[in-house]
Design a protein around this ligand. Sequence first.
Ligand SMILES: [Mg+2]
Length: 232
Amino acid sequence: MPGGPKVFLFDIDQTLIVSGGAGMTAMTRAFERIWGIEDGFAGVAFAGRTDPAIIKEALANHGLLEENPRPAIESFRDRYLVELRGTIKEKEGRVLPGVIELLTALQGVPHCQVGVATGNFIDGARIKLSHYGLWQRFSGGAFGDDAEDRGELVGVGIERFRQAAGADLQARDFVVVGDTPNDVAAAKANGALAVAVATGFSGEEELQEAGADIVFKDLSDTAKFLRAVLWS
Ligand SMILES: [Mg+2]
């Protein structure tokens, strides 16, 4: 049996859950509340990006991006979190197939830790995952508050687990699980294993081409996942 340490860093949206548009709706409402612009995120891509990057693009599109974007991002975040607490209940999302079974199985694997690497602001991640009963299954990670660039963000997550471990964790002991080419690139940039799951907008072929080490259609086959990932 493979006995080395493994730290899993899971993306949230389209990897663990779909929120039924709760995130995007909350962002759109917050943007309108603050800047009076109705469809502030029209034409802005969300998948695999960090919240600060998404907001900055929208601000730029409307000529609202200032030299120091921090205050705008922070006031947006605060309003977004208020809206998200409503939309997460309003919209019909779900936990994706096999996620609960996989997380339960990983908890039982020796020397295995499970965290998140998500572009969501930490409080947004908490609202989303708590709603689906998943928040307490993760022991930390990295969030949109930590970095605008996803590669940097994954690096922060890796560093946090390294410092907490006390043991010597190698880059290859980290497994980044996500649904977009951005997740794959972020894993690769840090020397981590890139596991991609085609439950978002990218198909298996696209994820393969993006350089994923292992690609799954979804996370429903726990045994297959464990076999492929723990032995790699
Ligand atoms: Mg995602």
